[in-house]
Design a protein around this ligand. Structure first.
Ligand code: WAQ
Ligand code: MG
Ligand code: MG
Ligand code: MG
Length: 249
């Protein structure tokens, strides 16, 4: 689902929200209904354009991927949060120049993108050519909603933002060539963001000022990656995120 205000995205409408699920046929009605409600009662404003696309996915091509381990870092304010996020990115192996340029490209956005920016983890150069649209990751979900809810409760996590963030980040980090992701929401009330990599999903309690409608995502990509292959994986490869059961993690 993608929704906008002031007409469709491609007609210059302002991005309101998006969501993607991977579910069994029986849940389609309920989930479509939930998506509609979300589009019309979003904190970024009410949508006047909604596009819902439904496609069948052959079960054989669905790839299971284990949920990233999660940790939360409490920070005083967004300045401290961004500094801590930068340190985390450096420790993962993103170059200093790429961290600075990647963060700068996110901070200087004046409007919401629908998708993410692909940025070279060495030079910080933008690698996709989708401008303000960005690359939208799709076809991912948890393999068992109840198990995920239980797991989140045990971790002291709650809410749709964390849930969707973890699922998206787990798929993104599993993609060929992705080294790390940096994200904060464009929903004005949601200030917690994260850095994800094979090391885990690291949440920082503040990565932007409260009330700001500016957010986005940067995927840091290994130098010389095949960008077309990567985009195909991010946009098309169905992924079901599995929650580690006791004794496994
Ligand atoms: N694919 C690529 N980029 C996306 C996608 C997607 N499926 N969904 C959102 N984005 C980009 C896009 O530029 C949005 O404007 C931006 O990210 C923010 O999206 O508590 O809610 O859905 O664990 O507002 C982080 C959760 C929540 C932290 C992030 O982002 C936590 C969030 P939002
Ligand atoms: Mg979202
Ligand atoms: Mg990877
Ligand atoms: Mg949003």
């Amino acid at each position: 689902m993608r929704s906008a205000q002031g007409g469709a995205h491609e007609m210059g409408g302002r991005h309101i929200s998006g969501a993607e699920r991977l579910v069994v046929l029986q849940r389609l009605g309920k989930i479509t209904q939930d998506m509609l409600e979300r589009a019309f009662s979003h904190t970024r404003g009410s949508a006047d354009f909604v596009n819902i696309t439904i496609e069948a996915v052959p079960r054989e091509i669905v790839k299971p991927v284990r949920l990233l381990p999660t940790r939360t870092v409490d920070v005083l304010d967004f300045t401290a949060g961004r500094a801590a996020a930068k340190s985390e990115l450096l420790s993962i192996g993103v170059s200093n120049q790429a961290v600075e340029r990647g963060m700068e490209q996110l901070v200087k956005l004046t409007d919401s993108m629908r998708g993410a920016m692909l940025v070279c983890a060495k030079t910080g150069e933008r690698l996709d050519n989708t401008g303000m649209r960005g690359i939208r990751v799709s076809r991912m979900d948890s393999n068992d909603e109840d198990v995920l809810n239980q797991w989140m409760e045990c971790q002291g996590l709650q809410g749709i933002h964390a849930r969707e963030g973890m699922i998206l980040a787990t798929k993104v980090v599993s993609a060929p060539g992705v080294i790390a992701e940096l994200c904060w929401s464009d929903d004005p009330e949601y200030v917690t963001g994260y850095v994800a990599s094979v090391k885990g999903y690291i949440r920082f309690t503040k990565l932007k000022p409260y009330g700001s409608s500016l957010g986005g995502r940067v995927f840091f990509i290994r130098e010389n990656s095949n960008v077309a292959e990567l985009c195909k994986y991010l946009e098309k490869q169905p992924v079901l995120v599995t929650v580690p059961t006791e004794g496994e993690d």
